[in-house]
Design a protein around this ligand. Structure first.
Ligand code: SDX
Length: 428
């Protein structure tokens, strides 16, 4: 037995041996399979890349059937329980948990880069109060690219690290200022005495108190949510970051592209859509009728289903537990009963069981965000903030991968054959 595939081309009777490596065959090994010398050779066809590995990565491991998620080998449940978001960001980017001195230095670097150039206040005034904060985040990341022009030196390790720190540090400030602008409230500057999540809460919710003291339960809950959302291997937005970054674009515009992908309701925008769905359902009694509409394909059960997880998303399990702790502080969220009833019915109903549709990371997170006082428009932004460290780790890994080049997929052409131009006056 050998780690090879024998392919017989029945069009020519020829056989080919292609190596099997890490459970894959190289698509380029198919190109030798031709019907004649002028034949371009076989390609693989895989819409939405449902069965295509685009890279080798050592960052995040997911076993969708078993519901396993690990960052650099560490189970997500242990990191959520014992780590902090900044420590996890370090782990994703550097590959190892930091020693105490390394963590202190890392936290100092992030804490001292949270300020935005004052220009951003003027820029923020250019938006309507109700401009979606995700649209602003995409724009501001692109604008940061025009400020830190050295970020184009993507192969300079010191410059790359500087801009990675700047992005992780400034995402919460951009998000908080967009929120404050939507309320017509003055901007709150970063408070370096607070933790990453505590400072974010201060920039969001501080009013007239001399210094904001975050509720420790909510501060910890937000940090755990940031840990859970930090990375998730080759999801849609990470693939966007890698693809745009493969053209050697700078990290700011690569993450602007990733944020744009995350904004979509099928991806990071799902947490916002879950709350809107629960509001449309309105009560526990109305759940059976809504489930009927989902089964008739008149509606999607937002926050359910996943391309990889065909089991319960391990992050949803952690978030569901976290919800109880948050609601102890904020008071119960009336929509929780509707969500629990949706889950109860869906986990028993053949339509969902057969399609292996389980709650994903977005199903319960919005309930916590809403209980903490965030408007639904901020929910995808709360996903983008922590995911920045995952995007940056993946982007950096791509740049250092000798096998990677500029991403340029092929196609199956289905358009017209050759035809000559017809002047407009002859087109009838
Ligand atoms: C995230 O990739 C990642 O890792 C993403 C993410 C991350 O951390 O980066 O985990 C974050 O994006 C989580 C997903 C959030 N999105 C939603 O909750 C939106 C609702 N979910 C679906 O749109 C859907 O489940 C997807 C997009 C998440 C996955 O879609 P797939 O893998 O392309 O599956 P599919 O659309 O081919 O569905 C397979 C079947 C279909 O039934 P049939 O038409 O074949 O009979 O399941 C059905 C779908 O209709 N289905 C659903 C459903 N999800 C799939 N039916 C109702 N409600 C749903 N939510």
């Amino acid at each position: 037995m050998t780690d090879t595939l024998t392919i017989t081309d029945n069009r020519t009777g020829k056989s080919y041996e292609v190596p099997v490596t890490d459970g894959t065959v190289r698509a380029m090994d198919l190109r030798q399979i031709k019907v004649n010398e002028s034949d371009f050779g076989l390609m693989s066809y895989d819409p939405a890349y449902k069965n295509t590995a685009s890279c080798r990565s050592a960052i995040t491991y997911i076993d969708g059937d078993k519901g396993i998620l690990r960052y650099r080998g560490y189970p997500i449940e242990q990191l959520a329980e014992q780590s902090t978001y900044l420590e996890v960001a370090y782990l994703l980017l550097k590959g190892e948990l930091p020693k105490r001195a390394e963590l202190d230095a890392w936290q100092y670097e992030i804490t001292t880069h949270t300020y935005l150039h004052e220009f951003f206040k003027t820029s923020m005034e250019g938006y309507r109060y109700d401009a979606h904060p995700m649209g602003r985040l995409v724009a501001f990341l692109g604008t940061l690219s025009t400020f830190y022009t050295d970020s184009k030196e993507i192969h300079d390790p010191i410059i790359r690290e500087q801009n990675i720190v700047r992005i992780i540090a400034k995402m919460p400030t951009i998000a908080a200022w967009a929120y404050r602008h939507s309320l017509g409230r003055p901007y709150v500057y970063p408070d370096n005495d607070l933790s990453y999540s505590g400072n974010f809460l201060s920039m969001l919710f501080k009013i007239a108190e001399p210094s904001y003291q975050p509720n420790p339960v909510l501060e910890r809950a937000l940090d755990v949510l940031f840990i859970l959302h930090a990375d998730h291997e080759q999801n849609c937005s990470t693939a966007a970051a890698r693809s745009v970054g493969s053209s050697q674009a700078d990290p700011y515009v690569s993450l602007a592209a990733a944020s744009a992908a995350l904004y979509g309701p099928l991806h990071g925008g799902a947490n916002e859509q879950v709350l809107r769905m629960l509001d449309r359902i309105g009560s526990k009694a109305a759940v059976p009728d809504f489930i009927k509409r989902v089964k008739n394909r008149e509606a999607k059960l937002m926050g359910f289903g996943h391309r990889v997880y065909k089991n319960y998303d391990p992050r949803a399990r952690v978030i569901k537990k976290l919800a109880d702790q948050v609601f102890e502080v904020t008071g119960p969220n009336p929509r929780l009963d509707i969500a629990l009833e949706l889950e109860r019915i869906a986990l028993e109903d053949e339509f969902f069981v057969q399609r292996k549709l389980y709650p994903n990371v977005d199903f319960y997170s919005g309930l916590i965000y809403e209980a903490m006082g965030f408007p639904v428009e901020m929910f995808p932004v709360l996903f983008a903030i922590p995911r920045a460290s995952g995007w940056l780790a993946q982007w950096s890994e791509m740049l250092d991968d000798k096998e990677q080049k500029i991403a340029r997929p092929r196609q199956i052409y289905t358009g017209s054959g050759h035809r000559d131009y017809v002047p407009s006056y002859e087109r009838g």
